[in-house]
Write a protein that binds this ligand. Sequence first.
Ligand code: G3P
Ligand code: MG
Length: 239
Amino acid sequence: MKGVTEIWGHRGASAYAPECTLPAFELALEQGADGLEFDVQLTRDDQVVVIHDETLERTTDGTGWVADHSLADLRALDASAGMAGFAGTGIPTLDEVLELAGGVTLNIELKNSRMRYKGLEERVLQIVADHGVGDRVVLSSFNHYSLRHLMQLGAPYPLGALYSDPLFQPWKYARRLGVTCLHPPLRATRRKLVENCHALGMRVHVWTVNDVPDLERMAGLGVDAVITNNPDVARSVVG
Ligand code: G3P
Ligand code: MG
């Protein structure tokens, strides 16, 4: 029986398959993930692709900025990041990931802090609506202006404020921002934070929780989701 804490595959089951690729998402689902977390960006021709870095070098055999390439350019790349057995795996579109992931939570992270990607919010909302997956979507970003923009567009989905460094009373900030989910880093997630968020009706989705002691601690705090590179390990802990 599943516990109260959901397990979301961080960039898929990225401990075992190339991050943000279809094999990583498929594996996360096989491992019993309740959700998938992944990052989206815009191509030069305004297509929404799923990739973490703003540049291509670390995870593909391409070079330069994602934003400077057309979808066709990006399609030609190998995104296996050198992982054995995955040669030829490509960069997926948001459409493809939404088609694959029936039934689970979809945490779409708008990766728009370094690059503003004008129009990304509108494109994401349209694609989510086209696929009819709105009841399973959580939209998040480190760019809180982007979250405000989503609100102004009337996004009817839970919005999550991501942050990296510990903040003072982030639940108060998140409430003022107007979001219903806080996405804190593991090192900033304490009992007081979870209790205060829950008291305000706010969900807590923690990243990135990979090790057994941390998974046990987060589940013990009753966080609403752990975002993890190894959903199989998380499943063995959370139950
Ligand atoms: O959404 C949680 C986590 O993915 C945020 O950091 O850099 O892995 O996208 P990053
Ligand atoms: Mg992310």
